[in-house]
Design a protein around this ligand. Structure first.
Ligand SMILES: NC(=O)c1ccc[n+]([C@@H]2O[C@H](COP(=O)([O-])OP(=O)(O)OC[C@H]3O[C@@H](n4cnc5c(N)ncnc54)[C@H](O)[C@@H]3O)[C@@H](O)[C@H]2O)c1
Length: 485
């Protein structure tokens, strides 16, 4: 079997194509979407290629993924801003990409200057990728947000330019769940008040109103990635766990789903919120819901600031209805660190700061070394899968499309990635371009105005690739064409 050939010489004028010489997966079906929470070891799978070492763990050459290589791997230029975690930098570097990693974000004019040249950009929350910036990014095919949020990117403009955007929504679930565990105990023991008193020189040894958490009921609102992790931890500490979710979900351990939020509020000693920000969850816990809670119960919000009606909480804590609370998120949060947690930010801030047994943290639920490292891996693996194989699994602004990897058994197979306007008749036109060849597999999906098509086409001669590419580029529906082989 002959190894894949570098045919760059024959198609060097195809400026829009991007691929590289390395594939992450040697398994045609192995998916890297939502990797496991621990990234210290790659999944043990026959034929898995370690993204960091570049070496294969078993697997025969017959089933190994074909290494896609139209260009020298050094042609993939990556710009990483805002001190992306070393795990991410290493994975991209070991793919053979040219990686420039900067510690900070860039002023817009410098960003525009640099973005013109790169195929991949990795950012965190400070870099704003507006339409004005993206218009200049002529070679850019993909953006990696090495964080949870993607508000800093004009997602729809990026999609219209054929630029996929990836983020890392779930890499910090464990960190949040552990913070909540600490808050449950700290609230039950009034720990932060005692600590603050002693910092101020006051010895105040009390047991009144301080409790063990064993045997108490934890009510989890939103039983997703974080809520379910927390469920396991809380049960291990001897708590009874109940949860409410709009979906019908199987409980872990002995956790029980309750049919309504009211049922949860009625039974729980601790209520903790883990729902997304949606119109339905806005002010989900307000005066009416607080009234339905047990007297002396505790409330924890590590979800989103909009979910909790904070003035209502202030009232409920002043009246003694709520014995303690922990807040990590707020309707308005400062853009940077400093003395900004004041009434200019939210009108009720001073009232909040004056309350007893209230733990206030600056949105640190997911802020751990482990989470940062996991984010680095998750996003850079998604970027690599997109660059090398065209997979959009996990993309936030494009339809999710994936095909199993090409193998070395398919030496003359070309993967066509055609990002196009979502208008009638495109599939017919694309298939007319490809009609002399056998389409081994094909997948296509749309999201709003943009559609994404992947097709593996067999028996394509090297000299035919350029013609296929140019015919697709000439279609009026074209946003971007990539040929991987
Ligand atoms: N504090 C932090 O630093 C931090 C870090 C990560 C995530 N978060 C936030 O935590 C929240 C949960 O994150 P996740 O990763 O577990 O999300 P997830 O999507 O995995 O789970 C959310 C769950 O909430 C459920 N849900 C949605 N709407 C609901 C409703 N109206 N009532 C009841 N249940 C509802 C969903 O069905 C889902 O099971 C999100 O708001 C996220 O932004 C905060």
């Amino acid at each position: 079997m002959s190894p894949p050939k570098d045919i760059v010489g024959g198609i060097s004028n195809l400026t829009r194509q991007v691929s590289n010489s390395l594939n992450l997966s040697t398994s045609p079906t192995l998916s890297f979407h939502s990797p496991p929470s621990s990234f210290r070891q790659p999944p043990s799978h026959p034929g898995f290629k370690d993204a960091r070492s570049g070496s294969f763990h078993g697997g025969s050459a017959r089933t190994a993924a074909k290494q896609l290589k139209p260009f020298d791997t050094k042609d993939i230029k990556v710009l990483l801003l805002e001190n992306v975690n070393a795990t991410g930098v290493n994975i991209l570097t070991e793919q053979g990409y040219q990686v420039e990693a900067l510690k900070s974000s860039l002023p817009e004019d410098q960003l525009i200057e640099k973005i013109r040249d790169v195929h991949v950009i990795g950012i965190r929350s400070k870099t704003k990728l507006t339409a004005r910036v993206l218009k200049e990014a002529r070679n850019l095919i993909v953006i990696g947000c090495f964080c949870i949020g993607t508000n800093q990117v004009d997602l729809s403009f990026a999609a219209q330019q054929g630029i996929a955007v990836f983020n890392s929504p779930f890499s910090n679930s464990r960190s949040v769940a552990e913070l909540v565990v600490s808050e449950i105990i700290a609230l039950a023991r009034q720990l932060t008040d005692r600590s603050m008193e002693l910092h101020n020189g006051t010895w105040n040894k009390v047991s009144k109103g301080c409790w063990e958490i064993r045997g108490k009921t934890l009510g989890i609102v939103g039983y997703g990635h974080i809520g379910s992790q927390l469920s396991v931890l809380a049960e291990a500490m001897g708590m009874e766990v109940i949860y409410y979710d709009i979906l019908n979900l199987m409980g872990l351990g002995t956790a029980k789903q309750v049919p309504t939020l009211d049922a949860l509020l009625d039974q729980a000693d601790f209520v903790t919120l883990h729902v997304p920000e949606t119109p339905e969850t806005k002010n989900m816990i307000s005066s009416e819901e607080l009234e339905k809670m047990k007297k002396g119960a505790y409330l924890i919000n590590n979800a989103r600031g909009s979910v909790m009606d904070i003035p209502a909480l202030i009232e409920a804590m002043r009246s003694g209805k709520i014995a303690g609370a922990a807040l990590d998120v707020y309707p308005n949060e400062p853009a940077g660190n400093g003395d900004y947690f004041n009434s200019d930010l939210n009108t009720w801030t001073q009232d909040l700061r004056g309350l007893k047994n209230l733990i206030l943290t600056p949105h640190i639920g997911g802020s751990t070394e482990e989470a940062q490292s996991a984010i680095g891996v998750e996003v850079s693996v998604a970027l690599t899968k997109y660059v090398n194989e065209g997979s959009t699994l996990g993309a936030v602004n494009m339809p999710e499309v994936n095909l199993r990897s090409l193998t070395l058994d398919e030496p003359n197979c070309v993967r066509v990635v055609y990002i196009h306007k979502n208008v009638p008749g495109v599939l017919r036109q694309v298939n007319a371009v490809l009609h002399h060849h056998n389409i081994d597999k094909q997948s296509s999906d749309s999201r709003g105005e943009v559609a994404y098509l992947m097709a593996d086409v067999s028996d394509v001669k090297e000299e035919e690739i350029k013609d296929l590419f140019q015919s697709l580029e000439e279609l009026s529906s074209r946003i971007r064409t990539r040929m991987l082989y």
